[in-house]
Design a protein around this ligand. Structure first.
Ligand code: FMN
Length: 215
């Protein structure tokens, strides 16, 4: 009898563990969507204000790994990923761009005291480069999508950016591009800022009318 009760307990433990991928129905998430992936997609927002807390490298590793697991044309994986979490590097590039912008309309953005760096203040930035080709831009977009969603699911804020990359192709930006040590033929395409969010922006409106069934 004792053995039977023990076996029953073991079975119950196994069954309850195998259901752990779904939140229990008392969870807020379950009430709304009953699906944590959809919940993550619908609540992710671009974050432009971060706390000073550094992002642990284990989390950056996980986010980068999720990135390279994105679908990509013929699994050719013609992309490269560089992670920068060195505050000096981020400070130096921001200072270099501030200097280069002196006397231009760009100078204004550097007067904002809330501006910590040119990557929307993120304490870590993941650069994504591609080998220009048939579908590599799409591949990298999907990679960035995986990164922002995995960041959100790990309790981090994020933002996809293209704006700050223009500086890398200027004379003042060249040393920073070099420091990324991209392989021959690879070009910077986008970057993803990651950090602990210090704001909770509302969702920007989406136009649902772009979605139509074709009968
Ligand atoms: C390819 C791409 C480039 C972007 N570049 C920038 C950028 O340079 N600076 C910025 O503040 N946001 C940038 N964004 C973020 C968008 O502004 C943001 O995703 C959009 O306004 C929707 O808001 P949400 O992400 O909060 O839903 C970029 C997003 C994408 C996908």
């Amino acid at each position: 009898m004792k053995k039977m009760i023990f076996a029953l307990l073991v079975l119950l433990t196994i069954v309850s563990c195998s259901n752990n991928t779904q939140p229990s129905c008392s969870d807020e998430c379950c009430k709304k969507e009953c699906n944590t992936v959809i919940e993550t997609i619908m609540t992710r927002r671009s974050i432009r204000k971060y706390t000073d807390q550094a992002v642990p490298r284990e989390l950056l590793d996980k986010i980068a790994e999720c990135g390279i697991n994105a679908p990509n044309g013929m699994n050719a994986q013609q992309w490269e990923v560089r992670i920068v979490d060195n505050p000096e590097w981020l400070k130096n590039i921001t200072e270099a761009q501030r200097k280069a912008a002196e006397g231009t309309p760009m100078a204004k953005q550097f007067q904002d005291p809330a501006m910590k760096n040119i990557f929307r203040n993120a304490p870590a930035v993941i650069f994504i480069a591609h080998k220009p080709g048939h579908c590599t831009q799409v591949d990298c977009g999907l990679m960035a999508g995986n990164m922002v969603l995995s960041a959100k699911s790990l309790g981090l804020g994020s933002i996809v950016m293209m704006g700050p990359l223009g500086f890398f192709s200027t004379e003042a930006g060249e040393p920073f591009l070099k420091s990324l040590e991209l392989s021959e033929g690879y070009k910077l395409l986008l970057c993803v800022g990651i950090g602990y969010a210090d704001e909770e922006p509302a969702a920007r409106p989406r136009n649902k009318e772009v979605i139509k069934y074709v009968e």
